[in-house]
Design a protein around this ligand. Structure first.
Ligand code: SIN
Length: 512
């Protein structure tokens, strides 16, 4: 039996913790209340081959195509082949996926060749999964530490030996462990507009970085095309477009058909950039989602969560168009792992969004992320049964990119808002070398400043700043445009001019 710390309580962390708790001494650490994670807000669903007419090969092909040639095919095959069993396990754990005439209801989302997305409670899929897993983990032998923050990993003799944690009363203490599993999710708080909850500050990825772990693909941040264009940027699921809703510009015209043959159901990066280009062309005004053809009763029953949020914002979306715009949604890059969640640092595992398993490449296929959490969370738990970190070859620690301060750079005072604004402008939907280089200098200047001792907020800022620097360096290093990484100065660049945007998007898609 090993002592295992699992950090994070979304689908990936809870799956690992639950599977491991019967054999190991598991401590589950979560920075907020149990159940507060990106998983809880997932609407569209979980993709998996659950119908006779579908096939693992088709799911693999769709995932590889969305990933724009940069997926690890072996990892994708594991994801798509093992996914159905993990979904059946979720059903056995109490997740009540929606059914039609006794069969699972078939949801369609962008870039899927088959409607293989299961959903629960209409658009409350993540919340239903989270609730079932939380109930099970509370019944398990795992010790649960809520409102407990991962300050850092403890590394001894080249391997992870525990974690430094900050407890709700403000004290910090090291908990020793044979293994630490990071399941801390993404870092949507790098951007001012995000569908992610406030807890998504990349704490695990940043701790892994400091521990010398390899991180990669950090330039690939997925922007969801349709968040409500309000301060909160509430997610309006792609499944709404899957049911037939369309996007229109300020003139009421559909504009995506000229950009990609699949129009509103083109890969997510293409739709998001298409919207950004249209917004630029209409002076920054949001585009609108037209779901009026779906009717009030269907919208309320199929999308109850969105229906409530939209109506609370004052819009009757059965009769009016919804203003929408893109928002940071999912980080494809992260801590490099093998197929069992092992990172490059012995004793350290990563599962879920914090991990870079290779299944998403440059652009994640819709609803593959809950699946990834379930599949690779379970694989990591199995690896814990047999692994001996003493036999785990340590790779050379990843060197930090030392900040080089440029006295000429005009860096504004550091704040979370200033960081988010910089990232949105320089490393958002469309980047270029000039903007990225300036952002890199500003981030370096900030990295040289002492951050205010402001408790967890400043620890989060430290993490966001470190990850922002890495993301910008990765975006600078990739000088071409691919998937979610679009550079306007690349030979295959994407232009904000809608007329050429279509051609450029098609070119990027075709080139992949
Ligand atoms: C959505 O419901 O549109 C989000 C699904 C996902 O991000 O996979």
């Amino acid at each position: 039996m090993a002592r295992v710390i699992v950090v994070g309580s979304g689908i990936a962390g809870l799956t690992t913790a639950l599977d491991a708790a019967s054999k190991h001494d598991v401590v589950l650490v979560t920075k907020s209340a149990l159940g507060q994670s990106n998983t809880r807000y997932a609407q569209g669903g979980i993709a998996g081959v659950m119908f006779a007419e579908d096939s693992v090969e088709a799911h693999v092909a769709d995932t590889l195509a969305a990933g724009a040639g940069l997926c690890d095919e072996k990892a994708v095959r594991v994801l798509c082949a093992e996914g159905p069993d993990r979904i059946r396990e979720l059903v056995a754990l109490g997740v009540d996926f929606d059914r039609t005439d006794g069969e699972f209801a078939r949801g369609r989302e962008a870039a899927h060749s088959y409607p293989r997305v299961l959903h629960a409670g209409g658009d409350a899929t993540g919340a239903r999964i989270e609730a079932a897993l939380v109930a099970r983990i509370r019944e398990s032998a795992a010790e649960i530490l809520e409102d407990t923050f991962l300050v850092d990993l403890v590394v001894e003799n080249g391997r992870v030996a525990g974690a430094l944690l900050r407890f709700p009363n403000g004290t910090e203490r090291i908990i020793l462990a044979d293994a630490v599993v990071l399941a801390t999710g993404g870092a949507g708080q790098l951007y001012p507009y995000t569908t992610n909850p406030a807890v998504a500050t990349g704490d695990g990825a940043a701790a892994a970085l400091r521990a010398g772990a390899q991180l990669t693909d950090l330039e690939f941040y997925q922007f969801h095309p349709t968040a409500l264009a309000t301060a909160e940027r509430f997610l309006v699921s792609e499944a709404v477009r899957g049911e037939g809703a369309v996007l229109r510009n300020a003139g009421g015209e559909r504009f995506l058909a000229g950009i990609h043959p699949d129009a509103e159901l083109a890969p997510r990066d293409v739709v998001a950039r298409g919207i950004a280009a249209e917004m630029a062309a209409q002076g920054g005004l949001p585009v609108v989602l037209d779901a009026t053809m779906l009717g009030a009763s269907f919208l309320a029953s199929r999308f109850p969560v969105i229906d409530r949020a939209v109506r609370a914002s004052g819009t009757d979306w059965s009769r009016e168009y919804l203003p929408v715009s893109p928002a940071a949604h999912y980080w494809m890059g992260g801590v490099v792992t093998d197929l069992d969640g092992r990172t490059t640092v012995p004793g350290l595992y990563a599962v879920g969004e914090v991990a870079r398993t290779g299944v998403h490449g440059a652009n994640r296929l819709a609803s593959n992320s809950l699946l990834e959490g379930a599949v690779f969370g379970a694989r990591a738990a199995r690896a814990l049964d047999t692994d001996d970190p003493a036999d785990w070859p340590a790779r050379p620690a990843r060197p930090f990119a030392v900040p080089v301060r440029d006295p000429a750079v005009d860096a504004p005072p550091f704040s979370r808002d200033a960081l988010q604004r910089l990232m949105w402008d320089a490393a958002g939907l469309l980047r270029d070398g000039t903007g990225l280089r300036r952002a890199s200098r500003v981030l370096d200047a900030w990295a040289g400043l002492p951050l205010p001792a402001d408790g967890i907020r400043s620890l989060e800022d430290r993490n966001l700043l470190a990850l922002g620097r890495e993301l910008v360096l990765a975006a600078l290093a990739r000088t071409d445009s691919v998937g979610a990484h679009a550079r306007s100065d690349s030979p295959r660049s994407y232009s904000p001019d809608p007329a050429s945007a279509g051609a450029a998007s098609r070119e990027v898609v075709a080139a992949c």
